[in-house]
Design a protein around this ligand. Sequence first.
Ligand code: C5P
Length: 411
Amino acid sequence: MNSLAKKRILLCVSGSVAAYRAPELARRLGEQGAEVRAILTEGATKLISPLLMQAVTGASARTALWDEAAEAAMGHIELARWADCIVIAPATANTIARLARGEACDLVSTVCLAADAPLLVAPAMNRNMWSHPATQENCAILRRRGVSLVGPDHGGQACGDVGEGRMSDVSEIAAAAAEAADRSLRLAGQRVLITAGPTREPIDPVRYLSNHSSGAMGFALAAAAARAGAAVDLVAGPTAAVTPPKVDRFDVVTAEDMLAEVMRRVPDCSIFIACAAVADYAPARYSQSKQKRSDSAVRLDLRPSPDILASVAKRPNPPFLVGFAAETEDVQGRARSKLDSKGVDMVVGNQVGGGRGFGDVETSAWVVWKGGGKRIGQCAKPELARQLVDLIAQRMGLGKVALLRTGSQAR
Ligand code: C5P
């Protein structure tokens, strides 16, 4: 079956000259089995007519946020919920800037803000507008949020310039839409438990032992798993990271707290992803009063923290287990030896050290499992999370679940 069969694609068209190719894209998506609805920005309506989009999609195309008749039928929130995937093609610099700022000033930006479906953006603009740092920064913001970009391509432009900024081929955008929509329910029916962030091991009322973990990777995984249709429980150490939509978050402080919360939730889950940077050691004794400064050296006795991942692995009928290995050298080798020593199904090896690995940065990984492995090249953490969710679904044989969904099983 085609991967676009029965997929609901919301095609948003903004005001670039490449809007003339939007009807062809709509037809291509429709030919591949997708149900397509279109929204045009005001700029797009200056270039192509809503009637043309209606003719090629078979559904009335929307243009305005404040449209009483349309809002009475399928309002902007219903439209956001309806979509399995939102494709913005062509996406102008202005539309991209609005998305990056989180504006809700027209129907396209409002629907995108209200939706949690995968978002695919196909930029189309003059080469200088594309290479402008403002546009590049806006695109980087979108990528960090897990938005996929396709193109733009290099070539002749409507203004006569030649350079990067042409909208990608319709067939390429349709293929990217199929991939994005196909991901949308990979983990439907699964309950995923994820640990994220650092733990804090108190020494006295003012001091603690911890590490540099920001929680960014675990939170990106929680977002990707939720977007893939899973129910997600996120057990988070102290972090400023923002809880993704549709994720249940449980805050903990110490490794012992994290173990207790995980053990409470693990019996219900089918996938456990241990992404937290759990402190390996905790102070052997907690001092009720603040330790006073002195000029002589002090000793801090440490005891090992509980190994949460190993504790889950020892349970009868454990869930599908994914561990992380933050390594300063031989990432692949160490990830593989962790696979054996921890008895888990998959290990994600990350390079850390020298400023790499922690926080809102690009990262790369070696993902290993019994009998196989894959290197994922440098990318933003939400992109790595999306690829990891795909790999987990593949390894669990869940890849085809998305294709079985019917209209009545709408989110
Ligand atoms: O043994 P190491 O700390 O290198 O293993 C890392 C993996 O084990 C990560 O997935 C981490 O979340 C998990 N872990 C854990 N509890 C610990 C230490 C690590 O769950 N106390």
